[in-house]
Design a protein around this ligand. Structure first.
Ligand SMILES: [Zn+2]
Length: 324
């Protein structure tokens, strides 16, 4: 009897181990260096910083739509969560092209891949997805006469599938450097990757990663932020909570600067009501991140806030110039 019980336990353990090894998969080689220290350690008010920084052009591409529920988008257990958001929604997955007058072109996230874009690690989760021919970021660049060789950096807010799905096709065609936080790339490489929402199948290519933590400096209103080029045109703002290494970004566009919350606030309601996303590794950190982004938005008159996945900002839109 006891022998049969131990046999059964052994079978269950072996089945779990086999599932875990298959879900973990293997990712490409990752080489990591850092961006170097801040170049201007005495920042002034945000309005002054942005007034003297180069102005960049920013274009958003809707690479497709994914279906997600409040367990991902907005905390369903928060009493302030509106009833109409306590259901599954189709939400856009965006990649941005930033064009700097002297430092070249940068992609901010990579959006969804071409072809079949559904993904997940069953039975943990599965994400239904819709896209169309030409909506992926490689096609978007091609339509502008650009190739991957024209991209100098890919800045990743985080590596979940709706942001990193397009990465493999980009890295197949070239080798832009990838900028992200140290925490994010640590978690991508961790054995806990399957439950943290990272898909090995999207991360099979070798990656040259530059972590931005060394460049962080204390800035007004928002706390720590990294001046990516050292000229004030692109600010990377750690906003942990949804993932440990999540980043939001502030871009010096005109006529209005653009604040991209990425998944610190999936929807407008997350940001406006101060409600954490449904999917977090640290809910109180997620709420603190939203509060910091609010303080930043309050410090920059007329800033245009673009949320991670707000359908109302992208319905009927294929691509959008967010300023230059
Ligand atoms: Zn997302």
């Amino acid at each position: 009897m006891l022998r049969a019980l131990f046999g059964l336990i052994g079978l269950v353990v072996a089945a779990i181990a086999a599932f875990w090894i298959s879900a973990l998969g293997t990712i490409g080689n990752v080489s990591v260096s850092n961006l170097g220290p801040p170049l201007d350690a005495a920042p002034s008010a945000w309005t002054e910083v942005l007034a003297r920084a180069p102005v960049v052009k920013l274009t958003g591409f809707v690479t497709g739509w994914v279906e997600a529920g409040p367990e991902i988008l907005i905390d369903p257990n928060d009493p302030r969560t509106p009833a109409n958001l306590k259901r599954k929604l189709w939400v856009p997955s965006i990649s941005y092209l930033l064009e700097h007058p002297t430092r070249g072109r940068v992609l901010l996230d990579t959006g969804l891949r071409s072809g079949d874009c559904a993904y997940g690690t069953e039975p943990l989760y599965w994400v239904p997805c819709r896209n169309s021919a030409g909506s992926d970021v490689v096609s978007r660049l091609g339509a502008r006469g650009l190739g991957v060789q024209d991209i100098s950096w890919i800045v990743m807010s985080h590596f979940h599938g709706d942001h990193a799905s397009g990465l493999e096709n980009l890295l197949r065609l070239g080798a832009p450097k990838i900028a992200t936080t140290r925490e994010e790339i640590e978690d991508v490489q961790s054995v806990w990757r399957p439950v943290l929402g990272y898909e090995a199948e999207m991360l099979g290519r070798d990656m040259t990663v530059v972590t931005i933590n060394s460049r962080l400096q204390s800035m007004p209103a928002v706390g720590q932020a990294a001046d990516f080029f050292g000229d004030g045109s692109l600010w990377l703002i750690p906003t942990p909570g949804h993932t440990r290494g999540e980043m939001s970004m502030l871009v010096n566009t005109r006529p209005r600067p653009t604040l991209l919350t990425f998944d610190a606030a999936h929807l407008a309601a997350d940001f406006e009501l101060g409600i954490a996303p449904g999917a977090t590794v640290d809910k109180s950190a997620a709420q603190a991140s939203i509060a910091r982004l609010h303080a930043l938005a309050d410090a920059i008159p007329n800033v245009n806030v673009i949320y991670g996945h707000e359908p109302a900002q992208w319905t009927g839109v294929s691509s959008c110039e967010l300023g230059r």
